[in-house]
Design a protein around this ligand. Sequence first.
Ligand code: FES
Length: 363
Amino acid sequence: MSGDMTEHDEHGHGALAVDEHGHGHVAPSGDPFADPGLPEHRPRLTDIDEKAAKRSERIVASLFMLSAIATIGFMVCYTQVPNNRQTLVNFWPLGAVSASNFALGVCLGVALFALGAGAIYWARTLMTDVELPQERHEYESSNEDKAAAIVEFQQGVEDSDWKKRPLIRRTLIGAMAVLPLPALWILRDLGPLPGTTQRQTAWAPGMLIINDNTVSLDGTKGQGIKPADITIGTLVNARPAAALSAGEELNNVLSMSSILLVRMNEADIKSQQEIDWGYHGIVAFSKICTHVGCPVALYEQQTHHMLCPCHQSTFDLSEDGKVIFGPAARSLPQLPITVNADGYLVAKSGFDQPVGPSFWERG
Ligand code: FES
Protein backbone atom coordinates (compact mmCIF):
# COMPACT_ATOMS: atom_id res chain seq x y z
CA MET A 1 0.00 0.00 0.00
CA SER A 2 1.34 3.39 -0.89
CA GLY A 3 0.56 6.77 0.51
CA ASP A 4 1.43 10.42 -0.24
CA MET A 5 2.28 13.06 2.31
CA THR A 6 1.46 16.58 1.10
CA GLU A 7 2.51 20.00 2.23
CA HIS A 8 1.76 23.45 0.70
CA ASP A 9 4.63 25.39 -0.90
CA GLU A 10 5.75 28.65 0.51
CA HIS A 11 3.51 30.71 -1.80
CA GLY A 12 0.46 28.61 -1.11
CA HIS A 13 0.08 27.90 -4.87
CA GLY A 14 -0.10 24.15 -4.73
CA ALA A 15 0.96 21.21 -2.72
CA LEU A 16 4.21 19.33 -2.66
CA ALA A 17 3.37 15.64 -2.63
CA VAL A 18 5.99 13.18 -1.38
CA ASP A 19 5.54 9.52 -2.23
CA GLU A 20 6.74 6.58 -0.21
CA HIS A 21 10.13 6.64 -1.97
CA GLY A 22 10.69 10.20 -0.90
CA HIS A 23 10.19 11.60 -4.47
CA GLY A 24 8.33 14.87 -4.59
CA HIS A 25 6.12 16.38 -7.28
CA VAL A 26 3.85 19.41 -7.42
CA ALA A 27 0.18 18.55 -7.09
CA PRO A 28 -2.22 21.25 -8.29
CA SER A 29 -4.67 22.54 -5.80
CA GLY A 30 -7.57 24.90 -6.23
CA ASP A 31 -8.09 26.19 -9.81
CA PRO A 32 -5.07 25.15 -11.94
CA PHE A 33 -6.16 27.52 -14.72
CA ALA A 34 -6.66 30.53 -12.53
CA ASP A 35 -6.72 33.86 -14.36
CA PRO A 36 -3.21 35.27 -13.97
CA GLY A 37 -4.60 38.79 -14.41
CA LEU A 38 -3.28 41.57 -16.58
CA PRO A 39 0.26 42.83 -16.26
CA GLU A 40 0.67 46.28 -14.85
CA HIS A 41 -0.15 48.90 -17.49
CA ARG A 42 2.82 51.01 -18.53
CA PRO A 43 2.30 54.11 -20.64
CA ARG A 44 4.14 54.21 -23.96
CA LEU A 45 6.44 57.02 -24.99
CA THR A 46 3.74 58.33 -27.31
CA ASP A 47 1.31 58.46 -24.36
CA ILE A 48 3.46 60.88 -22.44
CA ASP A 49 5.47 62.71 -25.08
CA GLU A 50 3.51 64.70 -27.65
CA LYS A 51 6.63 65.00 -29.86
CA ALA A 52 6.91 61.22 -30.05
CA ALA A 53 3.19 61.04 -30.83
CA LYS A 54 3.64 63.52 -33.68
CA ARG A 55 6.58 61.52 -35.00
CA SER A 56 4.44 58.38 -35.00
CA GLU A 57 1.69 60.26 -36.74
CA ARG A 58 4.06 61.27 -39.52
CA ILE A 59 5.35 57.73 -39.91
CA VAL A 60 1.80 56.38 -40.21
CA ALA A 61 0.85 59.07 -42.71
CA SER A 62 4.02 58.35 -44.73
CA LEU A 63 3.16 54.66 -44.93
CA PHE A 64 -0.35 55.45 -46.12
CA MET A 65 1.02 57.83 -48.73
CA LEU A 66 3.55 55.20 -49.83
CA SER A 67 0.66 52.80 -50.26
CA ALA A 68 -1.22 55.27 -52.45
CA ILE A 69 1.90 55.97 -54.55
CA ALA A 70 2.52 52.24 -55.04
CA THR A 71 -1.10 51.77 -56.13
CA ILE A 72 -0.73 54.51 -58.70
CA GLY A 73 2.61 52.94 -59.70
CA PHE A 74 0.72 49.69 -60.33
CA MET A 75 -1.54 51.43 -62.80
CA VAL A 76 1.37 53.18 -64.51
CA CYS A 77 3.34 49.93 -64.82
CA TYR A 78 0.25 48.19 -66.15
CA THR A 79 0.22 50.49 -69.15
CA GLN A 80 3.92 51.37 -69.53
CA VAL A 81 5.86 48.15 -68.92
CA PRO A 82 5.65 45.93 -72.00
CA ASN A 83 4.15 42.54 -71.33
CA ASN A 84 5.98 40.26 -73.74
CA ARG A 85 8.56 37.51 -73.77
CA GLN A 86 11.42 39.87 -74.57
CA THR A 87 11.06 42.28 -71.64
CA LEU A 88 12.51 40.41 -68.68
CA VAL A 89 14.24 41.24 -65.41
CA ASN A 90 16.63 39.06 -63.49
CA PHE A 91 15.26 38.41 -60.05
CA TRP A 92 17.19 36.16 -57.74
CA PRO A 93 16.42 33.31 -57.02
CA LEU A 94 13.74 33.01 -59.69
CA GLY A 95 15.99 34.09 -62.56
CA ALA A 96 14.52 35.85 -65.59
CA VAL A 97 10.90 36.85 -64.99
CA SER A 98 8.49 39.00 -66.93
CA ALA A 99 9.23 42.67 -66.26
CA SER A 100 5.52 43.43 -66.30
CA ASN A 101 4.65 40.75 -63.74
CA PHE A 102 7.59 41.80 -61.60
CA ALA A 103 6.63 45.49 -61.62
CA LEU A 104 2.96 44.79 -60.94
CA GLY A 105 3.79 42.38 -58.13
CA VAL A 106 6.19 44.77 -56.44
CA CYS A 107 3.78 47.73 -56.67
CA LEU A 108 0.79 45.80 -55.37
CA GLY A 109 2.90 44.18 -52.65
CA VAL A 110 4.23 47.55 -51.47
CA ALA A 111 0.72 49.07 -51.58
CA LEU A 112 -0.78 46.35 -49.39
CA PHE A 113 2.23 46.08 -47.08
CA ALA A 114 2.44 49.84 -46.47
CA LEU A 115 -1.29 50.04 -45.78
CA GLY A 116 -1.12 47.16 -43.30
CA ALA A 117 2.10 48.39 -41.68
CA GLY A 118 0.64 51.89 -41.28
CA ALA A 119 -2.49 50.51 -39.62
CA ILE A 120 -0.47 48.32 -37.25
CA TYR A 121 1.94 51.10 -36.35
CA TRP A 122 -0.98 53.43 -35.73
CA ALA A 123 -2.63 50.91 -33.45
CA ARG A 124 0.56 50.14 -31.53
CA THR A 125 1.77 53.66 -30.97
CA LEU A 126 -1.17 56.02 -30.98
CA MET A 127 -4.42 54.20 -30.36
CA THR A 128 -5.28 53.47 -26.77
CA ASP A 129 -3.55 50.37 -25.40
CA VAL A 130 -5.74 49.83 -22.38
CA GLU A 131 -6.35 46.10 -22.10
CA LEU A 132 -9.87 45.00 -21.35
CA PRO A 133 -10.54 41.42 -20.29
CA GLN A 134 -13.61 39.88 -21.84
CA GLU A 135 -15.34 37.00 -20.09
CA ARG A 136 -16.48 33.97 -22.03
CA HIS A 137 -20.14 34.02 -22.79
CA GLU A 138 -22.87 32.45 -24.89
CA TYR A 139 -22.40 32.68 -28.65
CA GLU A 140 -25.28 35.10 -29.01
CA SER A 141 -24.67 38.27 -27.07
CA SER A 142 -27.43 39.71 -24.96
CA ASN A 143 -29.02 42.95 -26.02
CA GLU A 144 -27.19 44.70 -23.21
CA ASP A 145 -23.87 43.29 -24.44
CA LYS A 146 -24.63 44.38 -27.99
CA ALA A 147 -25.45 47.87 -26.79
CA ALA A 148 -22.29 47.87 -24.69
CA ALA A 149 -20.26 46.72 -27.72
CA ILE A 150 -21.56 49.63 -29.75
CA VAL A 151 -20.63 51.99 -26.97
CA GLU A 152 -17.17 50.38 -26.73
CA PHE A 153 -16.73 50.62 -30.50
CA GLN A 154 -17.63 54.27 -30.43
CA GLN A 155 -15.26 54.72 -27.54
CA GLY A 156 -12.59 52.93 -29.58
CA VAL A 157 -13.14 55.31 -32.47
CA GLU A 158 -12.85 58.14 -30.00
CA ASP A 159 -9.67 56.66 -28.48
CA SER A 160 -8.09 56.08 -31.88
CA ASP A 161 -7.91 59.84 -32.29
CA TRP A 162 -9.72 59.42 -35.61
CA LYS A 163 -11.21 62.84 -35.24
CA LYS A 164 -8.23 64.44 -33.59
CA ARG A 165 -5.69 63.44 -36.20
CA PRO A 166 -7.00 64.57 -39.58
CA LEU A 167 -3.66 63.92 -41.30
CA ILE A 168 -3.87 60.21 -40.61
CA ARG A 169 -7.57 60.14 -41.37
CA ARG A 170 -7.18 61.80 -44.74
CA THR A 171 -4.15 59.80 -45.86
CA LEU A 172 -5.85 56.56 -44.84
CA ILE A 173 -9.00 57.49 -46.73
CA GLY A 174 -6.84 58.47 -49.72
CA ALA A 175 -4.94 55.18 -49.67
CA MET A 176 -8.14 53.16 -49.31
CA ALA A 177 -9.85 55.17 -52.03
CA VAL A 178 -7.21 54.42 -54.68
CA LEU A 179 -6.71 50.78 -53.70
CA PRO A 180 -9.69 49.44 -55.72
CA LEU A 181 -8.67 51.39 -58.82
CA PRO A 182 -6.35 48.68 -60.23
CA ALA A 183 -9.35 46.34 -60.39
CA LEU A 184 -11.09 48.87 -62.63
CA TRP A 185 -7.86 49.69 -64.46
CA ILE A 186 -7.35 46.18 -65.73
CA LEU A 187 -10.90 46.11 -67.13
CA ARG A 188 -9.47 48.10 -70.02
CA ASP A 189 -7.84 44.87 -71.19
CA LEU A 190 -11.25 43.51 -71.97
CA GLY A 191 -10.54 45.59 -75.00
CA PRO A 192 -12.79 46.22 -77.94
CA LEU A 193 -15.71 43.88 -78.41
CA PRO A 194 -14.75 40.87 -80.52
CA GLY A 195 -17.40 41.60 -83.14
CA THR A 196 -17.40 38.79 -85.69
CA THR A 197 -13.73 37.86 -85.25
CA GLN A 198 -14.62 34.77 -83.23
CA ARG A 199 -16.71 33.52 -86.11
CA GLN A 200 -13.75 33.40 -88.48
CA THR A 201 -10.72 31.14 -88.54
CA ALA A 202 -7.41 31.43 -90.39
CA TRP A 203 -8.68 29.17 -93.17
CA ALA A 204 -9.17 30.80 -96.56
CA PRO A 205 -9.45 29.51 -100.15
CA GLY A 206 -6.16 27.96 -101.29
CA MET A 207 -4.62 27.91 -97.75
CA LEU A 208 -2.09 25.07 -97.58
CA ILE A 209 -2.83 22.38 -94.98
CA ILE A 210 0.25 21.73 -92.81
CA ASN A 211 0.85 18.38 -91.11
CA ASP A 212 1.34 19.04 -87.37
CA ASN A 213 3.92 16.25 -87.20
CA THR A 214 6.25 18.13 -89.53
CA VAL A 215 6.14 21.49 -87.74
CA SER A 216 9.48 22.70 -86.35
CA LEU A 217 9.91 23.36 -82.62
CA ASP A 218 9.62 27.12 -83.07
CA GLY A 219 6.42 26.61 -85.09
CA THR A 220 7.66 28.51 -88.16
CA LYS A 221 8.25 25.65 -90.59
CA GLY A 222 6.13 22.72 -91.68
CA GLN A 223 5.23 20.63 -94.67
CA GLY A 224 2.07 20.26 -96.67
CA ILE A 225 0.24 16.98 -97.17
CA LYS A 226 -0.38 15.09 -100.37
CA PRO A 227 -3.44 12.86 -100.64
CA ALA A 228 -1.19 9.80 -100.98
CA ASP A 229 0.24 10.55 -97.51
CA ILE A 230 -3.09 9.66 -95.93
CA THR A 231 -4.10 6.05 -96.08
CA ILE A 232 -7.54 4.74 -95.19
CA GLY A 233 -8.10 4.77 -91.44
CA THR A 234 -5.29 7.26 -90.81
CA LEU A 235 -5.85 10.35 -88.65
CA VAL A 236 -3.70 13.41 -89.30
CA ASN A 237 -3.62 16.53 -87.09
CA ALA A 238 -3.13 19.64 -89.16
CA ARG A 239 -3.07 23.45 -89.14
CA PRO A 240 -3.29 26.24 -91.72
CA ALA A 241 -0.07 27.57 -93.31
CA ALA A 242 -0.98 30.94 -91.73
CA ALA A 243 -0.09 29.45 -88.33
CA LEU A 244 3.58 29.26 -89.37
CA SER A 245 3.83 33.04 -89.42
CA ALA A 246 1.42 33.72 -86.54
CA GLY A 247 4.18 34.53 -84.01
CA GLU A 248 2.67 35.38 -80.63
CA GLU A 249 -0.81 34.75 -82.04
CA LEU A 250 0.02 31.10 -82.64
CA ASN A 251 -2.07 29.77 -79.76
CA ASN A 252 -5.03 31.88 -80.82
CA VAL A 253 -4.76 30.60 -84.38
CA LEU A 254 -4.49 26.97 -83.27
CA SER A 255 -7.39 27.29 -80.84
CA MET A 256 -9.63 28.25 -83.74
CA SER A 257 -8.16 26.59 -86.79
CA SER A 258 -6.80 23.17 -85.81
CA ILE A 259 -8.26 20.41 -87.94
CA LEU A 260 -8.25 16.64 -88.28
CA LEU A 261 -7.95 14.82 -91.58
CA VAL A 262 -9.15 11.27 -91.99
CA ARG A 263 -9.52 9.10 -95.02
CA MET A 264 -12.31 6.59 -95.47
CA ASN A 265 -13.91 4.68 -98.29
CA GLU A 266 -16.20 7.07 -100.09
CA ALA A 267 -18.80 4.30 -99.99
CA ASP A 268 -18.80 4.61 -96.18
CA ILE A 269 -19.62 8.32 -96.25
CA LYS A 270 -23.35 8.79 -95.83
CA SER A 271 -23.63 12.44 -96.85
CA GLN A 272 -23.18 13.72 -100.40
CA GLN A 273 -22.12 17.15 -99.13
CA GLU A 274 -19.37 15.54 -97.06
CA ILE A 275 -18.12 13.66 -100.15
CA ASP A 276 -18.19 16.88 -102.17
CA TRP A 277 -16.30 18.81 -99.46
CA GLY A 278 -13.65 16.10 -99.19
CA TYR A 279 -11.06 14.84 -101.65
CA HIS A 280 -11.22 11.19 -102.71
CA GLY A 281 -12.45 10.12 -99.30
CA ILE A 282 -10.19 12.48 -97.34
CA VAL A 283 -12.29 14.74 -95.12
CA ALA A 284 -11.26 17.57 -92.81
CA PHE A 285 -13.11 18.49 -89.62
CA SER A 286 -12.53 21.10 -86.94
CA LYS A 287 -10.60 19.67 -84.02
CA ILE A 288 -12.39 21.93 -81.52
CA CYS A 289 -15.20 20.14 -79.70
CA THR A 290 -18.53 21.93 -80.05
CA HIS A 291 -19.33 21.30 -76.39
CA VAL A 292 -16.84 23.50 -74.53
CA GLY A 293 -13.86 23.44 -76.85
CA CYS A 294 -11.58 20.55 -75.90
CA PRO A 295 -9.52 19.09 -78.74
CA VAL A 296 -11.22 15.95 -80.03
CA ALA A 297 -8.69 13.30 -80.78
CA LEU A 298 -9.84 9.72 -80.26
CA TYR A 299 -10.76 8.23 -83.63
CA GLU A 300 -12.31 4.81 -84.02
CA GLN A 301 -11.59 3.85 -87.64
CA GLN A 302 -14.13 1.00 -87.94
CA THR A 303 -17.11 3.12 -86.94
CA HIS A 304 -15.64 6.51 -87.97
CA HIS A 305 -16.59 7.83 -84.54
CA MET A 306 -14.57 10.67 -83.07
CA LEU A 307 -14.62 10.90 -79.26
CA CYS A 308 -13.93 14.01 -77.19
CA PRO A 309 -11.98 12.96 -74.07
CA CYS A 310 -13.41 15.75 -71.90
CA HIS A 311 -17.08 14.76 -71.61
CA GLN A 312 -17.33 11.92 -74.08
CA SER A 313 -19.21 13.71 -76.84
CA THR A 314 -19.01 11.45 -79.88
CA PHE A 315 -19.21 12.62 -83.48
CA ASP A 316 -19.85 10.52 -86.57
CA LEU A 317 -17.28 11.59 -89.16
CA SER A 318 -19.01 9.55 -91.83
CA GLU A 319 -22.16 11.65 -91.51
CA ASP A 320 -21.27 15.34 -91.45
CA GLY A 321 -19.64 15.03 -88.02
CA LYS A 322 -23.03 14.83 -86.36
CA VAL A 323 -23.31 14.27 -82.60
CA ILE A 324 -24.35 10.73 -81.73
CA PHE A 325 -23.61 10.87 -77.99
CA GLY A 326 -22.73 13.30 -75.21
CA PRO A 327 -23.42 16.89 -74.27
CA ALA A 328 -22.28 18.60 -77.49
CA ALA A 329 -25.23 20.17 -79.30
CA ARG A 330 -23.65 20.81 -82.68
CA SER A 331 -21.91 18.76 -85.36
CA LEU A 332 -18.17 19.17 -85.85
CA PRO A 333 -17.82 21.74 -88.66
CA GLN A 334 -16.31 20.33 -91.86
CA LEU A 335 -13.66 22.22 -93.83
CA PRO A 336 -14.04 21.93 -97.61
CA ILE A 337 -10.72 20.82 -99.16
CA THR A 338 -9.13 20.16 -102.54
CA VAL A 339 -5.59 19.99 -103.95
CA ASN A 340 -3.49 22.79 -105.44
CA ALA A 341 -1.41 22.80 -108.62
CA ASP A 342 1.47 21.12 -106.76
CA GLY A 343 -0.77 18.33 -105.60
CA TYR A 344 -0.93 19.43 -101.93
CA LEU A 345 -4.14 19.49 -99.95
CA VAL A 346 -5.51 23.00 -99.46
CA ALA A 347 -8.70 24.54 -98.13
CA LYS A 348 -11.38 25.16 -100.75
CA SER A 349 -12.83 27.88 -98.48
CA GLY A 350 -13.10 28.73 -94.81
CA PHE A 351 -15.54 26.95 -92.50
CA ASP A 352 -19.17 27.70 -93.33
CA GLN A 353 -19.99 28.18 -89.62
CA PRO A 354 -18.18 29.17 -86.41
CA VAL A 355 -16.05 26.45 -84.86
CA GLY A 356 -16.03 25.57 -81.17
CA PRO A 357 -18.61 25.65 -78.41
CA SER A 358 -22.29 25.51 -79.16
CA PHE A 359 -23.08 28.92 -77.65
CA TRP A 360 -22.87 30.23 -81.21
CA GLU A 361 -26.33 28.84 -81.75
CA ARG A 362 -27.73 31.25 -79.22
CA GLY A 363 -26.82 34.52 -80.82
S1 FES B 1 -15.61 19.55 -74.46
FE1 FES B 1 -15.95 17.87 -75.69
S2 FES B 1 -17.50 16.81 -74.73
FE2 FES B 1 -17.21 18.52 -73.47
